[in-house]
Write a protein that binds this ligand. Structure first.
Ligand code: AMP
Ligand code: GLY
Length: 423
């Protein structure tokens, strides 16, 4: 079959690598893709938000399955448009992708269906938000309702910071219309865990757990980024935690969406916080996490196409989802200065060392093929993933492999997965 993947980051490279392993697949296209994806797929210069062009391309090439990896096109309704043209597509429709697209929606859903999450209020008026903050306890969390490239969350230590936050989100529109509604949420403490799951509308099957490192600097210092590295599984995600979440969070979320007439088919990513009072939902995403996908997918034993098709067909209950009994660590190689200001266009050396490896992966994020070779083309450049018998071994392997590649201004965190050694 012919598969089209929509997106251009490390996540899409990880998806493409899994798709390439399927016996069912003869040809992979990726729109727009990147230099790494281009080694296993044909990249086509169509942007992820160019719906008409994507639909026309999928029709012309008789694509059997389109996999949409990114949040923006999912929230914008790309799946609906593909389906309207008679094409098969993996991902939630627009009315279900709202689970990620509107934090106010997802908070109201959790409240209505008693799914554990932080206490909150939604506001559309800045004065009302400030009046509420004047009575509130600190720290407190402000969240822009809509998609904001993962940057729409502000943790405010005092009233002054919070007022500043309300101004930048609601009045100055730092995140555009994503800030028309503001969620003000109770601050929680605890370990964070990401759990990705396949959902077919009724059945949910969770994948192995993972943990992201969002801050730019070692020891969780510096600015928030799209993710500087991940490990899987999380040792803090115990059997007891899993049992609780299966019963009170995962299936109830799928059932709640169905009850609202918003049947969810695709990936639900549960951002969880393990608080003293039990696991609570920090956020939902309607897609694979990035870089979580880069440690979870390499450990999946199933043929990904079979699982994705089962989600579309509503037969996920028949799938025996299995993961390897090992661990994986992904260290992101970024351009120095990310997430603020950085240079691009430096030649990357050493990429060939990953060829023919099956426990080491070099997932491309911001890269571009030029006449001089493959060059850096973004803040996050590569995700270096390695497997190992356990997390310690996987971590040692991943850091060893980070040395195989060099480029000017290469920057990485040196403590991805380190907390687990100390746990
Ligand atoms: P989100 O985009 O909702 O995952 O938020 C980004 C990050 O902000 C999370 O990964 C947490 O580290 C932090 N965060 C979000 N909500 C809360 C909360 N209610 N309490 C504490 N930290 C939070
Ligand atoms: N790693 C977090 C995300 O994909 O949103």
């Amino acid at each position: 079959m012919k598969v089209l993947i929509v997106g251009s980051g490390g996540r899409e490279h990880a998806i493409a690598s899994s798709v390439a392993k399927s016996d069912k697949v003869d040809k992979i296209y990726c729109a727009p893709g990147n230099a790494g994806i281009g080694m296993i797929a044909e990249c086509v210069p169509i942007g992820a938000m160019e719906f008409d062009k994507l639909v026309a391309f999928a029709k012309e090439k008789e694509i059997d399955l389109t996999i949409v990896g990114m949040d923006d096109p999912l929230v914008g309704g790309l799946i609906d448009e593909l389906e309207a043209a008679g094409l098969r597509a993996f991902g939630p429709r627009k009315n279900a992708a709202i689970l990620e697209g509107s934090k106010a929606f997802s908070k109201d859903l959790m409240k209505k269906y008693n799914i554990p999450t932080a206490a909150y209020e939604n506001f559309t008026d800045a004065d009302e938000a400030i009046a509420y903050l004047e009575q509130a306890d600190f720290p407190i969390v402000l969240k822009a309702d809509g998609l904001a490239l993962g940057k729409g969350v502000l943790i405010c230590q005092n009233l002054e910071e919070a007022k500043e936050g309300v101004k930048s989100i609601m009045l100055d529109k730092q995140f555009g219309s994503a800030g028309n509604t503001l969620v003000i949420e109770e601050f929680m403490t605890g370990r964070e865990v990401s759990v990705l799951s396949y959902v077919d509308g009724k059945t949910i099957k969770t994948m192995t757990s993972a943990q992201d490192h969002k801050r730019a600097g070692d020891g969780d210092t510096g600015l928030n980024t799209g993710g500087m590295g991940t490990f899987s599984p999380s040792p803090f995600y115990t059997k007891e935690v899993d049992e609780f979440c299966q019963k009170y969070i995962y299936q109830p979320t799928v059932d709640a969406m169905a009850a609202e007439g918003r049947e969810f088919k695709g990936i639900i990513f549960f951002g969880l916080m393990l608080t003293e009072k039990g696991p609570k939902v920090l956020e939902y995403n309607a897609r694979f996490g990035d870089p979580e996908a880069q440690v979870v997918l390499p450990r999946m034993k199933n043929d990904i196409i079979e699982v994705l098709e089962a989600c579309i067909d509503g037969t996920l209950d028949e799938v025996d989802l299995q993961f390897e009994d090992n661990a994986a660590v992904c260290v992101v190689l970024a351009s120095d200065g990310y997430p603020v200001k950085y240079e691009k266009g430096f030649v990357i050396e050493g990429l060939d060392k990953f060829e023919g490896q099956d426990s080491y992966f070099c997932f491309h994020a911001g890269t571009k093929k030029t006449e001089e070779g493959i060059v850096t083309n973004g803040g996050r450049v590569l995700g270096i993933t390695a497997k190992g018998a356990d997390l310690k071994q996987a971590r040692a392997n991943a850091y060893a492999a980070t040395k195989w590649v060099t480029f000017e201004n290469k920057y990485m965190r040196n403590d991805i997965g380190k907390a687990i050694d100390e746990a």
